[in-house]
Structures are given as C-alpha cells and as structure tokens.
Design a protein around this ligand. Structure first.
Ligand code: GLC
Length: 431
C-alpha cells in the first residue's frame, strides 16, 4: 500500500514536470546514496534521444540514476544478448525492453508486475496486456505498439498517374515497376520499386506473417497448435516475394533489416517501403529527401485483404535486479500516458494506451496515428502465444528457410514443406 501511494505521488510530479518542461535539459546522475538503474537501449530510429530526456527527468525528480545498456538493433540478436544476461542471473540490467513475442520465453526471469500495476492496466490495449501475461504473471508492462505499414511516395504516384496506393500485391508490383523504370530512364540508375526486410532475422518473420495473412494462407502455426505453413497458398505468397528480389527490390534486400530499408527510402531511392511507424518522424526530418513527399497506408493483400504484423515492445523488471522497487518506479514513469505521448510526438512510436489515439496534439503531429488504432486492433500476431518458450526456435526455422528462398538457394514449395516438417517436430516435443 505504502509503495503504491509513494509511486503515485512521484508519477503525478513527473507528469506535471513533463507537461511544463518538455524541452528542458534535466541533468545529472543519481543523488547520493540512490540507486543507478540500467535499462536496455532502443537503438532503432529516434527513440534513444527521447528516452534519454525522459531518463533525465526521472533522475531529477527521484534522485535515482538511469544508464542505458547498448543493445543490437536486430530483435533476434537482442534476444540472444538478453538470454546471456538472464541465463547468468546477472544484476547488470534492471529493466529490459522486451519484444511482444518474448513474454513466454522470458517469463521465468522477470518480476511479476501485476501487484504494482493492477490499477493501471485498463488504460492499455487489452490484447497486449493479455499477451504479456503468462499464467497469472504480468511479465511486462506495455510500452509501445507496432504494426507493419506501407510507405508510399505520393509525389511519384502522382507523377506516374496513379491516383491511389496499391490495393493488391499485383498493383504494388505493377506500380513499383512503372515508377522504377521511369525514374531510371530519367537518370536515377539506383532507384528501386519496393524495399522491405529480407535478412535472416525476426523482421523477416514479420514480413512472412503479412504475406501469408494477406493471401489467406494462415499464420504459420494456428492458435490451436496446427502447423499450417505447408500449403500451396503459403508457397505462392513466398514465391511471389522471392520474385521481387532483383526485379523491383534490390538484390541486397535479402540482407536488409529495418534501417537498411529506411535508408534507401529516406534518401529518395525507392517508391514503396514496408516498415514500422518509427520511420515516419525520421523521414519527416530536415535531412530527409522525402520530407512531405510520402504517405503511410495499409499493406496490400493478394485479393485486397490487408494484413499488418503485430509488433511492439514492453518493459520488464529483471528478477535478478538489486533495485527492484526503483526499477518498478522507472517502469511506471516510462509507461505513463505523458511519457508515451512524448515518445509518440518525438519518435512516432505508437502508444499502448488507447486514449492517446484521440489526443489532438498527437493527431496534428502524426496525421496517420488515429487510423493506426484500427490497423493495430486487426493486426496479425506471430504465433508466439501458442508456441510459448519455443517461439524463437519456430521463428528461426521460418526466417532461415525463407531467406534461402529469397536468395535463390531453394524454391518456395520445398521450403514450406521443410519448414512444416521441422515445426511439426518442435510442436510434437512441446505437446
Ligand atoms: C519491430 C517490432 C517487433 C519486431 C521487430 C522485428 O521492432 O516492434 O515486434 O519483432 O520489429 O524486426
């Protein structure tokens, strides 16, 4: 009881400070005798700068210091790093930013946050809270939501006579080819139609989930545990994507993660890009070649069924932290409506708190955000709940085999059959 009252007092002070002193430079490390917390960093996009600002405000108001622990940008590599720390029961990290697909994998290493957050949970999207709950344990508190989206060059759509973004994958291929040919003929030899994430890592699994869901090909492993990827529809969807490589997409797309794709689009060298919302703010910055020349829309589908992979990050407190109470306070602050609003405004990160989708200031700064509530509510999840602690193995089987199709080492039909067989074995072991 005492703990909660104290935390709410701190929260109110911080919320006010955020509102009145958004751009102030708060300073300094921990006050004498106070803990220094270590939080894993968010290396992609503009999140680091706003996180540092929030951390400084937290320190100024609580005396508790915050340091950032560098983390790799690839979600796959990040999980490997976390498992090293956690496997060693290391107290070097107090608060982990964890991916929406990891609660089942990391549950045993995290503090149950339900007692400290119970009264605040209804403000977040309910499916994320449910996703973050393993058994009765709240493994992590929602921080921001993500959904795969299509970035389109509106100036080029107009230039080439297209009056709407692509509805189907056929439309996208046709439009990408026309624009690419036109731009190359006009002298831009390095111009490409479509960039996305084809590297062998978690981001490719997100693209695969979208290709399958938008083609009526299921979700790799269905919620009842049935392995569904070995189908003609799934093979067709993956073969289609392989056909983009070196036609409308650069050959290097098979090694692209989020930032490689963004770099090509950001510098004006692509007509379409699949990415997450974080890219928006960066590409509206002054250094961007596409500032005010692009729009955000839903990804195409085989017959117009749109599908966005569900992503997002959560905050979890390590069971091995030597500063558990302070770490919980930091999570309260970072997941507060005020901090989520600051991160939406500064880094176009989608809040996990539903009410912020009606916030006029956010809607004015990032016009596509209000519509994201709908996209996000209907987004396609990866099969992490049904596969639980085996999810990373499942995803690795998917992205490694699909990456081999994209780079021409095998064909899609053989790959989906192989993936199906391997996933059956994983599911069999866990039954
Ligand atoms: C984004 C998503 C995350 C996903 C990752 C893949 O960070 O939020 O859920 O796993 O991209 O690269």
């Amino acid at each position: 009881m005492k703990k909660n009252t104290g935390a709410i007092g701190v929260m109110a002070a911080l919320a006010m400070a955020l509102l009145v002193a958004c751009s102030q430079e708060a300073g300094g490390g921990a006050a004498d005798g106070k803990a220094v917390l270590r939080l894993t960093d968010d290396p992609t996009g503009g999140a680091h700068a706003v996180n540092e600002r929030l951390a400084r405000m937290f320190t100024e108001h609580t005396g508790i210091g915050v340091e950032f622990v560098p983390a790799p940008s690839s979600a796959t590599d990040r999980l490997a790093l976390y498992l090293q720390f956690l496997g060693a029961r290391s107290s070097d990290v107090d608060v982990y930013q964890i991916d929406v697909i990891w609660p089942g994998i990391l549950a045993e290493h995290m503090v149950d946050l339900r007692p400290s957050f119970q009264d605040d949970l209804t403000g977040h999207f309910a499916p994320i809270v449910e996703n973050n709950t393993v058994g009765d344990k709240l493994v992590a508190v929602p921080w921001f939501a993500d959904a795969g989206i299509l970035y389109c060059r509106t100036d080029l759509l107009e230039k080439y006579g297209f009056d709407a973004p692509p509805e189907t994958w056929d439309d996208l291929e046709r439009m990408a080819r026309t624009i690419q040919e036109g731009e190359r003929a006009a002298g831009n030899k390095d111009f490409w139609g479509y960039v996305w994430q084809g590297s062998a890592y978690e981001g490719l699994t997100c693209n695969v989930v979208e290709w399958l869901a938008s083609s009526g090909a299921g979700s790799i492993v269905e919620p009842d545990g049935t392995v569904s990827i070995d189908s003609p529809e799934a093979a067709h969807a993956i073969a289609r994507a392989a056909g983009w490589v070196n036609t409308i997409s650069p050959p290097g797309v098979t090694t692209y993660k989020e930032e490689e794709a963004r770099h090509v689009f950001h510098t004006g060298q692509a007509a379409f890009m699949r990415n997450w919302p974080y890219a928006y703010t960066l590409m509206q910055a002054e250094d961007s070649a596409v500032r005010d020349k692009f729009d955000v829309c839903v990804l195409p589908g085989e017959k117009g069924e749109h599908a966005a992979a569900l992503g997002g990050w959560q905050l979890a407190v390590s069971a091995y932290s030597a500063h558990r109470e302070e770490a919980i306070e930091l999570v309260k602050f970072l997941s507060s409506p005020e901090a989520q609003k600051a991160r939406a405004l500064d880094a176009s990160l989608l809040p996990s708190r539903t009410r912020l989708y009606d916030d006029p200031e956010i809607a004015a700064a990032i016009p596509f955000f209000p519509a994201m509530k709908e996209v996000f509510t209907n987004a396609a999840p990866r099969p992490s709940t049904v596969t639980g602690e085996d999810y990373n193995q499942v995803s690795t089987i998917v992205f490694q085999n699909v990456n081999r199709v994209l780079s021409g080492q095998t064909d899609a039909k053989t790959a989906v059959s192989k993936i199906g067989t391997e996933l059956e074995k994983v599911m069999e072991r866990s039954r």
